[in-house]
Design a protein around this ligand. Sequence first.
Ligand code: ADP
Length: 417
Amino acid sequence: MVIILTGICVNLVVGGFFWHYRSAAGRPLHKNILQYLNYIIADLGNPPRLERARTLGRQASLQIYYEGADMSWTTAENFSDVYKAHWRDWSKNPLIRLGRYHGHHFLELSHDSGRFIFGLDKSLELDPERRRLVIVLLTLLTLILAGAFLSIRWILRPVRWLHEGVREVGRGNLKHRVPVKRSDELRALAEAFNDMTDRIRDMLHTKEQLMLDVSHELRSPITRMKVALEFLPEGQTKDSLKSDIAEMEAMINDILETARMHHLHGNLKRQLINLADHLKEILVDYAKQPPGVQAGEFPTGIELDVDPEQVKTVFQNILTNAVKFSDPDDKPVMISVIKQANFTVVRILDHGIGIPPDELPFIFEPFYRVDKSRSKRTGGYGLGLSLCKTIMEAHGGRIEVDSKPGVGTCVSLFFPQ
Ligand code: ADP
């Protein structure tokens, strides 16, 4: 924008300069023009002679038109522009009127012997020399501005790198590094940015490691508690303790499973599966859970090279969420399979409560639950989607969620071909 505005301003200044220059250059002419025209009229004789007008016209590159009481003539073959011309008085000389038609200029002078109109030869007006100069000037200006624009872009490259860096880190890619090339203030900024990303990664890693260690350590006491529980007399306390321990155990298993999946890349037990058969097997479990799951578009014969157990976990997590966050009398959850150029997409669409738009970016984060109270009721620790994302990425695919509160949620699973 700055460059464009500069371009406009520079052109206005240069244009203004030329305009001023032109009117300044014409000033002496204003004073002399009447005298000059009177000389020509006197030279034409009385009555004015066409022959003489032709000679003078040739010499001075003028077209002359005369209209007297007894006769009228013109030196031009085609003088029709005179009749179409737009006429106005000339402020600098009240005896002269100016006419203009399509870039053709005329001067009208009323004389004792009649009315004279002088037309400037078009070849004179065009002044190709000046025109070329203006084109060269505009080209040079454009080149200078384009050069300035490119050099500003080059100078500000590190800002673009930093912008990309912020976006990547914002997306969770903490391995991204901003190039550190130049030796100026922007280099210091890029180094500081990279240091900050390193520190955030270390902090997250430490936190993750601590959680893993604690989860791991908790397994043995939980097992001991389970054994001890068996010796307690039956009753409400025992049941409540049992359910609490089961919840803790499930949570710890989820945490450990997510961590295991993070290091799974390349360790998948891949095999070719028939997608339709695999899904049908999983769907059996959901048939009796209201609002139920219905198969939509479902091409048969699609084979995927995946780890069947892990992919089953993904489908189960997504389907469980879809059923869990729907009302029993909502429309059934729809599952469909679509073939795209590079991916097979499995879509799971529910008509449940949906997810608010400002929560969507966070649902793949471990332990993220949209509504903590509702999640307590529905169970779950916010680990399901994080695990699904890890599994899908380990397979070279991805997961996308679209949702509208009160309308429903659509989860798309992209499996590479
Ligand atoms: P959870 O174990 O709590 O279900 P997830 O990681 O599977 O954890 O999901 C994270 C959060 O995203 C859930 O707590 C829930 O609020 C929201 N969510 C996931 N799927 C759906 C869905 N189909 N409809 C509405 N909200 C959903």
